[in-house]
Write a protein that binds this ligand. Structure first.
Ligand SMILES: C[S@@+](CC[C@H](N)C(=O)[O-])C[C@H]1O[C@@H](n2cnc3c(N)ncnc32)[C@H](O)[C@@H]1O
Length: 225
């Protein structure tokens, strides 16, 4: 089992999509898009409140525990977890502009800790968080297996995982976003990657967007004890 986080100097180059997240204007407007995101992606009315409730229910228990929101952007998931009673939520993102907005929006929610870092090299000790949540950022990570391994490392045994992602379709819109560096995995690809690293997939739901929940198991998995 890897005890320390990987050397963050070995970074993949930033994709066009990742670079646009560095712009302050993207960060300022982000939540306007986010409120409508799942309605647009799933093709049915899908309010953000419904997604947040699904996420919080899926990672229970939350109260008094510590979470990591990977690719937090402006902290939408982080605030929902703190509102539900989490003691601390690390909001990790590579964009200082996004984290600045996240910090401003998290005022009044004690327990938000911003982490300026890459999801492929999480600056937290092994087995230090009770849950990891990923909202949409899954489509932006250029090295998904490295991220799965890192999530597995930082989670405590039995820790809970939630991933919301947009899965592969034949849409021309996806092809265009692919040029900007976004990836659209299939559900089996994601489940395979999770089980290789030592996660048990507990459940999933799928439309144009997929929701996957998992648990870190204590045995099995590649290179983990
Ligand atoms: C689509 S947004 C998702 C935001 C958020 N999770 C939500 O539910 O609203 C993707 C975010 O992931 C961040 N990101 C992309 N690749 C990353 C990486 N390799 N490491 C850390 N953050 C990353 C981007 O900066 C951006 O803020």
């Amino acid at each position: 089992m890897r005890d320390s986080y990987p050397d963050p100097r070995k970074k993949a180059p930033l994709t066009l999509a990742a670079r646009t997240n560095l712009w302050p204007l993207t960060a300022m407007g982000y939540e306007t898009w986010r409120k409508r995101a799942l309605t647009l992606l799933s093709g049915r009315p899908f309010p953000l409140a419904e997604e947040l409730s699904l996420m919080v229910q899926s990672v229970q228990p939350v109260e008094g525990l510590q979470f990591l929101d990977l690719g937090t952007s402006t902290g939408v998931y982080a605030r929902a977890l703190l509102k539900a009673g989490a003691a601390r939520v690390y909001g990790l993102d590579l964009s200082p502009a996004m984290l600045n907005v996240a910090l401003r929006k998290a005022r009044g929610h004690a327990g938000f800790v911003p982490l300026l870092a890459r999801a492929e090299a999480i600056p937290l000790p092994g087995a230090s968080v009770d849950g990891v949540v990923v909202g949409g950022s899954w489509n932006e990570f250029p090295q998904p297996q490295a991220v799965v391994d890192e999530m597995h490392r930082v989670l405590k045994p039995g820790g809970r995982l939630w991933i919301m992602f947009s899965h592969r379709s034949s849409s021309p819109f996806q092809r265009m976003l692919g040029w900007a560096g976004l990836r659209f995995p299939t559900l089996p690809e994601l489940m395979d990657s999770l089980s290789k690293s030592g996660f048990k997939v507990d459940g999933w739901r799928e439309r144009s967007v997929g929701f996957v929940t998992g648990t870190k198991v204590t045995t099995g998995g590649r290179g983990h004890s």
